[in-house]
Design a binder for this molecule. Structure first.
Ligand code: AMP
Ligand code: MG
Length: 416
């Protein structure tokens, strides 16, 4: 099926003012997750996408054990007076070999196996010890300070599913089951290049009218964060022969090709002709700011994202369209990035009819989360992305925002 057929959900929509949510839906409809799988040691599995279910073959913990340093007792003994006899010790890795009789207790350390017969642990700080005679104060609760076998992970109950990107806690959890290797999806291969006759490379002096190519570095950075294999193909001039060669090579090497520049009105015609020859590419004008022009299509088996050239537009379109597409193709089953609410500390210019992604700084003032912009919002002002810690997402229908109104924000960073 062609891309144009697959994105029939766009039929009837204005291709010169496509809504963000519609474009997103259309893109995802065309993609499918990669299927190839490889086996890696768990040290190398951090950030990779799990391609199997992890089902414990042991309980974690494997035995009932103590959560505290203290004394293992029979709770029923505590009803008949508070004196117990210390008959031994249980340490982590060195269990007490014996059974607790009536009126007896065992000195126990955190992580030590509960001695047979004992059901409760009394912390050492509250007991009185005179030789073997241990005095327990009243007020203890049955089963306190005991960790039960399987409390963390249970034999037969799956703990991690296919599609989970492995975080430090997950790698530790797999290790706690004694598993040393896991099956993960192969990494998605993403080739990228920047286009433009005006682009100078770092190390060359700037000639009149030139700018240093920064897009290739931001794209590389954003790809690195997603855990894909990034293939940097450099800068390609606005020249049909060179461009055609670059597109062909990129599409052969990679699952996805990302380009920057060359999709604005003045340049698109030229690229359009060439792409029509190579594959199938749709040119969209998205009702958003920044980032209006964007191309999406397929060359051979590779999907193409033709992002705009302006540095901020590159990042916004990447985060709003490409990121989710790459995660989906990587086999990841992440929950969507949450939109949080914050109070706008200033009035914001906005007209209905497009979604805007203003660069914001979320901050706390007198117990309340507020957001202000980073100042100048031009799509060439990359400093705005560097200073921001969030996008202020102004919805399609929304108009002018007054200071004090609530707005949606999308945070750049998470914790784990
Ligand atoms: P374009 O979409 O190719 O017309 O480019 C739009 C604007 O973005 C122009 O001002 C370009 O100079 C600028 N631009 C394009 N590519 C890059 C790049 N790789 N690095 C920095 N600026 C760029
Ligand atoms: Mg250009």
């Amino acid at each position: 099926m062609t891309i144009a057929q697959t994105v029939s959900c766009l039929d009837g929509y204005d291709p010169d003012a496509l809504r963000v949510d519609k474009a997103r839906e259309a893109i995802l409809a065309c993609l499918s997750p990669i299927t190839e799988v490889e086996q890696v040691p768990i040290q190398a599995a951090l950030g990779r996408v799990l391609a199997e279910e992890i089902v414990p073959r042991i309980n974690v913990p494997a035995h009932d054990n103590s959560a505290m340093d203290g004394y293992a007792v029979r709770f029923s003994d505590l009803q008949n007076g508070s004196f117990l006899k210390e008959v031994g010790a249980a340490l982590a890795g060195k269990p007490f070999h014996g059974k607790l009789g009536a009126g007896e207790c065992v000195r126990i350390m955190t992580g030590a196996v509960m001695p047979p017969g004992a059901d409760t642990v009394v912390i050492q700080e509250v007991v009185k010890k005179e030789g073997e005679r241990i005095t327990i104060p009243p007020g203890q609760k049955k089963a306190q300070n005991v960790r039960y076998a399987g409390e963390d992970l249970k034999v037969g109950t799956a703990v991690l599913g296919s599609g989970k990107q492995l975080k430090p806690a997950d790698v530790g959890l797999i290790a706690s089951l004694g598993i040393g290797e896991v099956r993960v999806k192969r990494k998605l291969r993403v080739a990228f290049f920047a286009t433009g006759d005006e682009l100078a490379s770092i190390g060359q002096p700037l000639k009149e009218g030139e700018v240093y190519d920064s897009n290739r570095y931001t794209v590389h950075g954003m790809l690195a964060r997603l855990g894909v294999e990034a293939i940097d193909m450099g800068v390609i001039r606005d020249n049909p022969v060179e461009l055609e060669k670059a597109f062909r090579t990129a599409a052969e090497k990679a699952d996805v090709v990302i380009t920057t520049g060359g999709v604005s009105v003045g340049e698109a015609d030229f690229i359009k002709q060439m792409m029509a020859k190579l594959g199938e590419v749709l040119f969209w004008k998205i009702a958003m700011r920044p980032g209006r022009p964007m191309a999406f299509g397929k060359i051979g088996d590779a999907f193409l994202f033709g992002l705009p050239g302006n540095p901020v537009a590159v990042m916004v379109t990447f985060y709003q369209f490409v990121r989710d597409a790459l995660l989906y193709m990587s086999g990841r089953a992440d929950a969507p990035v949450p939109l949080l609410r914050a109070v706008s500390a200033e009035s914001l210019r906005k007209v209905p009819g497009r979604t805007e992604y203003q660069r914001g700084i979320l901050f706390k003032e007198q117990g309340e989360w507020k957001v202000r912009t980073t100042g100048q919002q031009g799509s060439g002002v990359l400093r705005s992305m560097s200073e921001a810690n969030c996008f202020i997402v102004l919805e399609h229908e929304r108009g002018q925002v007054k200071a004090g109104e609530a707005v949606s924000v999308q945070l750049f960073e998470g914790l784990a």
